[in-house]
Design a protein around this ligand. Sequence first.
Ligand SMILES: O=C(O)CCC(=O)C(=O)O
Ligand SMILES: [Fe+2]
Length: 254
Amino acid sequence: DPNKQIPLGGKDVSLCEHPDYKVHIVSRSPLVMYIENFITGEERAHLREITKDTFAHSEVTSSAGAGNALHRVRTSQSTRVDSGDPVVRCIEDRALAFQGFDVSRDHLEPLQLVKYAPGEHYHYHTDWFTDVPRHANAALGGNRISSFFAYITAPGNNTKDEDRITGGGTNFPLLRAPHDPRWCQWIDCDEEWEEGVSFRPVEGNAVYWENLLENGMGDQRVLHAGLPVITGSKIGMNIWTRQGPLDQGIRGSV
Ligand SMILES: O=C(O)CCC(=O)C(=O)O
Ligand SMILES: [Fe+2]
């Protein structure tokens, strides 16, 4: 049946082939890992394509403020990705396998894409919720145990000067920066030591971290921000795993 084939760079995506990604530990406590080559070029193109007209100004659920107050903490635009899409399912499979297979798919929130134009940023925050009754109740699967943040669009060296991204790193002010110069391909090595770790946006790569302490409380040390994009534009993707299953209606097809 030719209709079952989804063309994507000439590949049949229903096969779900995982890239040979590489993992490097950034920090053992809190656990933070850097993943090279986690989202393939075909997958990135597909994600951009299926979401291209769906971005809206991001909500920040942790803020109690009114509409315009929100825009100061997060000026980017975001969108949820259709969980029924085969490429999305393949990426979900990868995120679940990464976490040791034992987490089931219903613990995953719908994947979220975040887009930044020049000047846009996301202020310091944690991905775990402080208002547990409101944002992390049982129907919502509890709190977020882990986060992946993957770079989907971040025009690099093979791009015209005017399109190339500058700024737009992901900064973790409370992490200690690793020392080896090999990290400088992904981490801003010019950053002051007191500023913690800033991951530069590198397409296809991702940062993974755990949000909760052993006792289930949120870990303050994974505070982070999306630094302002200066030139070019950036699209990132959040993959959030909850402590328990989300109710069907919430995860369902979006
Ligand atoms: O844009 C970034 O680098 C980080 C975004 C982020 O932390 C989020 O969307 O929760
Ligand atoms: Fe975040």
